[in-house]
Design a binder for this molecule. Sequence first.
Ligand code: 5GP
Ligand code: MN
Ligand code: MN
Length: 320
Amino acid sequence: SIENLFDLAIKQIQESENIYIVSHVQPDGDNIGSILALWMALKNIKERVFILKTDEIPSDFLFLPNINIINEYNHDDNIDLLITLDTSDESRLGKNKDLLNQAKTVINIDHHISNNNFGHINIVDSNAAATGELVYKLINRLKVPIDKDIASCIYTAISSDTGSFMYDNTSAETHEIAAELIRTGIDKGNININLYQSRSIERTMLFIKALETLKLYFENKVAIVKITRSMVEEANAKMEDTEGIVSFIREIASVEVATILKEFNEEEIKVSMRSKRYVDVSSLCANLGGGGHIRAAGCTINSPIDIAEKLILNELEKVF
Ligand code: 5GP
Ligand code: MN
Ligand code: MN
């Protein structure tokens, strides 16, 4: 049971000396919030706890406490315990994937339905709205008090993955946990402004360019936008500034599936998909080598952007 797994994880934490928490590729609010919260909690009981950076931290999250302790892996370090958070499979660790073999023990804490249980201890619960919920439970079981800083990070994690408590995955328990976090005295107004009301001019310009590429298919049930590298350049933006576009186009009344194609390289297209009511985009993306959640998933396609679009339309045709 999940209770047993929490107990096993706690025993492992207590017995380990060098503990590393590692982020996932293109880290999001759930990943970063969960990592910082767990790090702060573990620092209460353990001396040697570190966070390893897989990709750059998006500027959205620089307001979080202790964000600067996230560091590159130093290849001389030995790892007794590696903890992955919000990471569905090995490939999501990017350049840090090999650490899974170097670590004596791996704890995998996650909520993706597509998680493949790559750890020695796998606390995987696809009913959790965010990995932050599982981190909240783990910290409580560790008997570490959840202070304002820890609470701010968990709140950020949960708010990010639930679209500010709006998406299907938001449960009564999600709200109960959020209530407990708010009671610690967090400044949720400030968190909300940082997460949802701090869009840069550059990001806004990229939004406008993205919307100009909007195409609708299958009786307007599918919306697709494409972001090329030159669009990012012209907007003086970064690829991470595409965050939020795909959920924005899902808001079109007729749309069931929203898709964004991001051209990281000429033959490296990162796809994000969101659904509204009934399409399981996790299994759709799994057909293309990716995965995720039922209402939010992704994959990477190694072909030019127009071919990638055709491949996606082929998959969508099976659904519509
Ligand atoms: P996003 O579209 O925001 O990048 O990701 C949405 C969800 O899909 C996230 O939970 C993420 O873990 C998952 N996801 C995105 N891209 C991939 C991918 O290439 N492989 C897998 N397995 N999951 C992905
Ligand atoms: Mn994530
Ligand atoms: Mn998540």
